[in-house]
Design a protein around this ligand. Structure first.
Ligand code: CA
Length: 509
């Protein structure tokens, strides 16, 4: 700390000190972080528009997202943001802590049969740091980072959902990590009958499409509920376009009407759509209707920000926890290294500091927390536990690309050992890989920790990943990618690095 500044501050007297502290705090930017669940990067019409389509080598889905198109023109738009472990809970753990799943504690999707996976109470989250530094923090929507326990505040000793106790959870105040305002649930997939627990633990049953309701709550927070003396960090975690996406009960009719008469082969235009996934293909009109609805509700939040005069000094992020294959490649919508699963939208608008442009920065989930903290001016407060990188300098149009990340780590875990009750006590690190600007590589192992499968795609020549390359024919490339991956595994303190898994193939230090 600057000694002169320290002395002059003392000389000003107590009232003035407080006034200065408040003025400095009020200068810090607000953050609004909106992330619908399971929205792939390709599901934005902006990628078919001039100024944007030149930056990607895929055709955008035929989806209507006019708000995101406008927002893109005001933002830094990343082509290559990836969810490292493209699954709900692990992503959320990484986003909140800046640590990979092994560090955050959230290694698998949170579920009452998996006590091994739950956000560590002692992990320092972005909301912990921001609240300790003068921010008012608010969480609205799906959380899905806690091990569901029998802690129903209305009926203690029971799960919050008798019919489906495995997934949903209530988050008591001691597990809220600095979030003061609370309107959230664990995970629950009835889009038109959502429920939430508020700050005081009261349950609210709602008969309305959840993104619409959550946008209303976000606007209510911005206009009435927040502490006007403080900068704020508002997270809005929408569940759609996550499944179910099968009927008019899942979406808004006005959105469905845009897609209902379009033949499926005109909706699913990617050449890697699988004919045998015909049943899944029928979800396409509902999936795109969900995306259009999310676009509109995001627009309502942006309108409120503008009306309140908060635009200039508010960082707004739009992203998703992972993508959706939607009948491309495999039946699983996520949790795979395919581009539809890993590549997510990432747009960041900060009029005071960031010039809008399209940027090919490789951003991974653990980078989000340190980057946002740095953008608010709290670079020095980034916890030492953070494993991601502060990428703020690369969000500038003419940044030094040479120093930018060259790859992001891909992680897939599955259930490990179970106890006598069948509860999962450990996780098995079944696949690891790397995504670079040009290649996608992933190695899956069997229970003996030997190679089971290697996927290797040249995403430049084969953007739809139609043909995995034979690694034996590309030994130099494979060696280069595994070497790069070993560096990332080391930085992540990953079990593959700690146990030196496949040390005959991977050059560990
Ligand atoms: Ca998810």
């Amino acid at each position: 700390m600057n000694i002169n500044k320290h002395f002059s501050t003392i000389a000003l007297g107590l009232t003035s000190v407080c006034a200065i502290a408040n003025a400095q705090e009020s200068k810090r930017p607000n953050i609004i972080y909106v992330f619908p669940d399971q929205m792939r990067n390709h599901a934005m019409q902006v990628w078919n528009e001039e100024g944007f389509r030149e930056h990607v080598n895929f055709k955008a889905d035929p989806v209507r997202t006019p708000v995101l198109s406008r927002f893109a023109r005001e933002s830094v738009v990343l082509t290559s943001a990836h969810s490292n472990c493209p699954l709900s809970s692990p992503h959320r753990g990484m986003m909140l802590t800046g640590m990979f799943p092994d560090g955050s504690g959230v290694s698998l999707n949170c579920h009452s049969g998996r006590p091994v996976s739950s956000l560590r109470i002692d992990a320092v989250t972005i909301s912990d740091v921001l609240s300790q530094n003068g921010y008012d923090c608010a969480y609205i929507g799906k959380l899905h980072v806690d091990y569901p326990t029998k802690n129903n505040p209305q009926r203690p000793g029971t799960y919050v959902d008798d019919n489906n106790p495995v997934w949903d959870a209530y988050t008591p105040p001691e597990k809220r990590h600095g979030f003061r305002y609370w309107y959230s649930y664990g995970t629950f997939d009835v889009h038109k009958e959502p429920h939430y627990w508020d700050t005081d633990g009261n349950r609210h049953e709602i008969k309305e499409w959840s993104p619409k309701h959550e946008a209303d709550k976000a606007i209510e927070y911005l206009t009435k509920e927040r502490d006007p003396e403080k900068p704020f960090y508002l997270v809005v975690s929408m569940n759609p376009p996550h499944s179910p996406y099968q009927s008019i009960n899942d979406v808004m009719e006005e959105d469905y009407n845009l897609y209902k008469d379009i033949p499926l082969n005109e909706l699913l235009i990617r050449p890697n759509v699988r004919a045998e996934l015909a049943r899944k293909q029928k979800s396409a009109p509902y999936y795109f209707a969900s995306v259009t609805g999310v676009d509109r509700e995001f627009g309502r939040i942006l309108d409120a920000v503008k009306k309140l005069g908060l635009e200039e000094n508010t960082i707004v992020v739009f992203t998703s926890d992972h993508g959706e294959t939607m009948a491309s490649q495999v039946i699983d919508p996520k949790n795979s290294p395919y581009t539809e699963s890993m590549n997510v939208p990432f747009m960041i608008r900060y009029p005071a500091k960031l010039r809008p442009h399209v940027n090919d920065l490789l951003l991974g989930t653990p980078d989000i927390m340190p980057t946002l903290l740095s953008l608010t001016g709290l670079k020095e407060k980034i916890p030492t536990s953070v494993q991601g990188n502060d990428l703020t300098s690369f969000l500038k149009e003419k940044s030094c690309k040479r120093k930018a990340p060259k790859g992001v780590l891909y992680i897939q875990n599955i259930d490990g050992e179970k106890d006598a009750e069948g509860k999962v006590q450990s996780y098995f690190p079944v696949a690891r890989g790397i995504k670079t600007h040009r290649y996608t590589m992933a190695i899956t192992i069997d229970q003996q920790k030997q190679v089971k499968e290697v996927l290797l795609f040249d995403d430049k020549k084969d953007p739809y990943q139609l043909q995995s390359l034979d690694v034996e024919k590309y030994p130099k490339l494979f060696k280069k990618l595994t070497k790069q991956m070993s560096g990332l595994l080391q930085k992540a303190d990953d079990p593959w690095y700690r146990e030196k898994i496949l040390s005959d193939l991977i050059q560990y230090k």
